[in-house]
Ligand binder design. Sequence first.
Ligand code: MMA
Ligand code: CA
Length: 264
Amino acid sequence: MMESENITENRNTEQKNDSSVFDRDLSSDEITTNKDAADNPILCMNFIQREAVNYRRKKYCMLITVLLGLIFVLLVIAVVVQHKKLSTESDLMKMSYMNLEYSEALSSLEMNYSRLNGEREELQINLTYTIQKTLQLEAELKKWNSEKGLGWYFISREKKNWTESRQHCRDRGGDLVIIHTEEEQMLVSSITKERNWIGLSYNENESVLKWVDGTPLDLGFWVQGEPNGLGRSENCIEMLPSSQPKNNWNDAVCSIQNTFICEH
Ligand code: MMA
Ligand code: CA
């Protein structure tokens, strides 16, 4: 009786030991003990059962890790897709905003264009009227001067070379100014503030100074030391406003651009 009680107690102790083996990891001492106890069939069974449980645990862990990894990858994909979608939407919004800006700028340009076009037409009408009025006044002045036996001068605003200047005067019924007296020299000098061509030049072949009406020079009002080109490189005569009015002629290169004085 006593012996059977002992066996029952031993079995309980063994069962207790078994369950504690399932619940915890074994220390290396215990493993050694287990190896040593491989001969014991009960301990051997416990060892196999424990290994099986460990294997199952590892399997679950791996499965959970894989699942978590999968979820993570899916999340990353979802974030990337969402980001792309958002950036496409923001690009579209930007483009439509720019389109709006462009169309506003375009309509403002169109308005400016039509306003400027209107102003241009108005100015064109004014210009036409002014040209007509000027021609009319010129005609009246010419008539009045010819009745009184007087000439009149025209001082250009634009600059031209000597030949073009002369042509401009001739196109308007006059020619570059001719000066025969000191009185006329002083008068013409008083109305000019820039370098001006006058109607005097070297005759190409003879190197002789002649007025535009073909008459030779009788009286000159030269700057001191002029003319110094002597018809070789400086064939046309200009007035220099910087010099004193009584002596302001200089021979100059005919191609330079000067204002000019026409006489009618
Ligand atoms: C310029 C030119 C000439 C003029 C000299 C006087 C340098 O050349 O205007 O025609 O004789 O000046 O110094
Ligand atoms: Ca000169």
